[in-house]
Design a protein around this ligand. Structure first.
Ligand code: GLU
Length: 290
């Protein structure tokens, strides 16, 4: 028996919805509707220094203006920290996670000393210094012990393989500044909310192996994954809130939806008004759905 479809859109409230984030929102909504499933919105506000007050409500109203209404009340990650703590406690108790006392410069020095100083996306691959104890240093972050290669199949990108130990290393679950890491919060929440299908932007595909590893350590199911194409700006960079992408024009929701649908490779749809347009889009999505 297959589980009833549950999908989600999980924006970080760091800025308004823009043409790029609308693609992920629309794709996750269409996929849920095409599978007669449930669509949820989760506000990912754990990285508090990056959050902009008021953008959570702004994003919800932008989604509503486009006719994208969640089927259950939205949740805020900032109100769910007890769940993250319980997961972390379990990982620590079972020896899958360990406290780490290294600063960034400790990590850089250890890597340079072993001749492995290559950063990846600006992140240093943790050399495992505190795996067997803190050696008298105070605990700063908590990391997950990673020893394996994860293979998974994306519904659009196909077979994916990542040696998590070599490419990422033991990654952070709780940060030195006390904040919960995205990887832990997203895995705990997807499982707690019964998410069967994650549909999100391709920029997040690289996180999936880490998330699957974490699911396995916590004994949680792995959802199906579909990573959607990104919207690039004039100079070929990913459109993002950080690079100052413009908010979608909610006075013209169908124009914004049409642009998102084009990125998703849907054929041009004739309907006017966002209700009929969305209905037509569900049919088009279902026709080519995998
Ligand atoms: N909150 C993340 C973001 O806005 C998305 C997380 C996810 O969909 O897994 O980039």
């Amino acid at each position: 028996m297959s589980l009833r479809y549950r999908g989600r859109f999980a924006p970080s409230p760091t800025g308004p919805l823009h043409a790029g984030s609308l693609v992920a929102a629309l794709a996750s909504w269409l996929d849920a509707r095409a599978h007669a499933g449930t669509w949820l919105v989760r506000i990912e506000d754990v990285d508090t220094p990056r959050c902009v007050p008021g953008t959570d409500q702004l994003i919800l109203s932008q989604l509503a203006a486009c006719g994208l209404h969640p089927d259950e009340p939205p949740v805020w990650q900032s109100q769910r920290t007890a769940l993250y703590q319980a997961a972390l406690d379990r990982l620590l108790r079972e020896g899958h996670a360990y406290p780490c006392g290294c600063s960034r410069s400790d990590i850089a020095q250890a890597l340079a000393a072993s001749g492995h100083a290559k950063p990846r996306h600006g992140e240093l691959v943790y050399p495992g210094t505190c795996r067997n104890g803190l050696h008298g240093k105070p605990a700063r972050a908590v990391r997950l012990r990673c020893d394996e290669t994860i293979t998974w199949v994306d519904r659009r990108l196909g077979l994916q393989v990542q040696n998590v130990a070599e490419t990422v290393g033991d990654f952070v679950l709780k940060r030195a500044d006390g904040l919960w890491a995205y990887q832990l919060a997203v895995v705990v929440d997807d499982a707690d909310q019964g998410i069967t299908d994650v549909v999100r932007g391709e920029d997040l595909a690289d996180n999936t192996a880490r998330q699957i590893l974490l699911q396995r350590r916590l004994g949680l199911p792995t959802p199906r994954y579909l990573h959607t194409p990104l919207v690039l700006n004039d100079v070929g960079e990913k459109l993002s809130k950080q690079s100052g992408a413009q908010a979608i024009d909610t006075c013209k929701p169908v124009a914004a939806l049409r642009a998102a649908a084009q990125v998703l490779g849907l054929p041009p749809l004739s309907a006017h008004g966002h209700g009929p347009w969305l209905a037509e889009a569900v049919t088009a999505w279902r026709a080519r759905s995998v």
